[in-house]
Write a protein that binds this ligand. Structure first.
Ligand SMILES: Nc1ncnc2c1ncn2[C@@H]1O[C@H](COP(=O)(O)OP(=O)(O)O)[C@@H](O)[C@H]1O
Ligand SMILES: [Mg+2]
Length: 212
């Protein structure tokens, strides 16, 4: 299964979430790959020097699709982190994906600016003549507020793309754990951040299994 995290907007949590999902999946003993298709190489640099059981990290250039196809049969899960602003790489990554996650922050500006990403996703599906499950993921939600209903309604007004039930809150653990090259699960498996990443993993795996 190839999962791409994408959004043309920078800073919405693509790299942080990709690393946590890939490390979390590897911790569940699945053979996992992470392809870092962003030239900034945030994932490669963050995980460099850390020996990860069940996880291989690849840097890719614009030929992310070729690399993903080449290694596809060697892994149970492949997570692709994509750059902001590069339509070209985003298209290629989406085209080889079985699942697309669009992280976004719970603000009208971020939600509105996801339009370009959604349009690209629709074009990819049309061209490939197949439906790729594509979901929004709310990230950096303030744990002290409950905007969920309002945000959900706002998203539904603009898009047909559904919102994952799981959401990630704004937590220092996301930055802190990665400073040690660890996912929030490895860092403290009973923390709130670990629990929400496990919930997200379960939801993604469940949706994918149902769609098969
Ligand atoms: N759920 C979260 N809670 C707290 N900080 C977060 C969370 N998700 C991302 N961040 C922080 O937000 C910043 C941007 O995240 P990043 O993953 O680099 O986004 P992108 O890859 O989309 O540009 C980073 O400093 C990261 O540590
Ligand atoms: Mg990034």
């Amino acid at each position: 299964m190839i999962v791409t995290l994408t959004n043309q907007k920078g800073g919405c949590g693509k790299s942080t979430t990709t690393m946590n999902l890939a490390l979390g999946t590897a911790a569940l003993n699945y053979k996992t790959a992470l392809i870092d298709a962003d030239e900034q190489k945030s994932c490669v640099e963050t995980l460099e020097g850390h020996d990860k059981k069940n996880l291989d990290v690849f840097a890719s250039d614009k030929d992310v699709d070729t690399l993903a196809k080449k290694i596809k049969d060697d892994y149970q899960f492949i997570f692709i982190d994509t750059p902001p602003h590069s339509h070209h790489i985003m298209y290629k990554a989406m085209a080889v994906s079985d699942f697309i996650i669009i992280p976004l922050q719970a603000s009208p500006l971020d939600i509105k600016s996801a339009k370009r990403t959604i349009d690209a996703c629709e074009q990819v599906m049309k061209k490939a003549k197949r439906t790729i499950p594509c979901y929004f993921l709310l990230n950096r939600v303030n744990p002290r507020t409950n905007l969920s209903k309002e945000i959900g309604a706002y998203i539904r007004e603009l898009y047909t793309v559904p919102l994952l039930q799981s959401r990630l809150h704004n937590r220092v653990a996301y930055a802190q754990s990665l400073m040690h090259g660890k996912s929030v699960i490895e860092f403290n498996r009973s923390s709130d951040a670990a629990l929400e990443i496990k919930k997200l993993l379960k939801e993604v795996h469940r949706i994918f299994q149902q769609g098969k």
